[in-house]
Design a binder for this molecule. Structure first.
Ligand SMILES: [Fe+2]
Length: 260
């Protein structure tokens, strides 16, 4: 299972509730957590919460460094990865390998796009290095954290037949183009786990004001019922058999959910 960008308190709450009922359905869970701290990074406590709820690997992205105490997790854990195409010497891992209770091994790597984003090292070459470092036949998932659809599509094509899955993150809107191509499961964006009726996780008012006044306004995370967006992957080693996307909605009026 791959869970899309967990945004703020509503996203964390929904993921916890969703995994309480569904963690047992799958061998391994990967979640992009880089927006957990109100949209800006993830702190150490939130990383540990995701792990405790059954997430095996947390992936990050352009907001990796927003919360300073995440660096400790990056330097001490093999269950969190940041984009592999940061400069040599950057704290943390660009890919890691985890094992399920049933003995299945999965390498999880992340690369970040460069179109409309920070100009990092080449994500295509970084992905190649992850492929080369992963034992033949072992399952390999790449989180393609990028803004531009074309760059993510090209990364999927680049890794076709060489990665088990290329899962797009960052844009926060789930796309309907999931499929298996040459043995590689692909989706341009898995979507955000958070409040969907929002400006990709933030309250509309300040984002709207920024667009209409052209002046800075402090963003506030949206509140309310959240949706978990993700995909389920059926992998046979390096080859994918199937990809299925899902959205799980919190019940709007459930007081126990709203109060959590
Ligand atoms: Fe991002």
């Amino acid at each position: 299972m791959f869970i899309g960008d967990v945004f703020g308190t509503p996203g964390l709450r929904a993921v916890r509730h969703y995994l309480e009922g569904h963690r047992g359905d799958v061998d391994l869970v990967v979640a992009n957590g880089e927006n957990a701290a109100g949209g800006f990074g993830i702190n150490r406590k939130q990383v540990e919460q995701l792990w405790s709820w059954g997430v095996d690997v947390v992936t990050l992205g352009n907001h990796t460094w927003d919360q300073s105490d995440v660096v400790e997790a990056l330097e001490t854990s093999t269950r969190i990865v940041r984009p592999a195409n940061y400069p040599v010497g950057t704290p943390g891992l660009g890919f890691t390998t985890v094992q399920s209770a049933s003995g299945e091994r999965l390498t999880v790597g992340q690369v970040m796009g460069r179109v409309f984003m920070d100009p990092l090292e080449d994500p295509f070459a970084a992905a190649d290095a992850i492929v080369e470092a992963t034992p033949a036949g072992q399952a390999l998932l790449i989180d393609a954290h990028a803004e531009a659809t074309s760059e993510k599509k090209a990364l999927g094509y680049h890794l076709q037949g060489r990665a088990s899955a290329v899962i797009g993150t960052h844009t926060h809107v789930q796309t309907a183009d999931e499929g298996v191509h040459g043995g590689t499961a692909y989706i341009t964006d898995v979507g955000m786990s958070g409040v969907q009726h929002s400006a990709i996780g933030m309250q509309f008012e300040q984002v709207h004001a920024r667009f209409t006044t052209r002046r800075p306004h402090r963003y506030r995370p949206a509140a309310g019922a959240a949706t978990v967006c993700g995909v389920l992957l059926d992998l046979d080693g390096r080859r994918a058999r199937a990809i299925e996307r899902f959205q799980w909605h919190e019940r709007e009026l459930d007081p126990t959910v709203a109060a959590a």
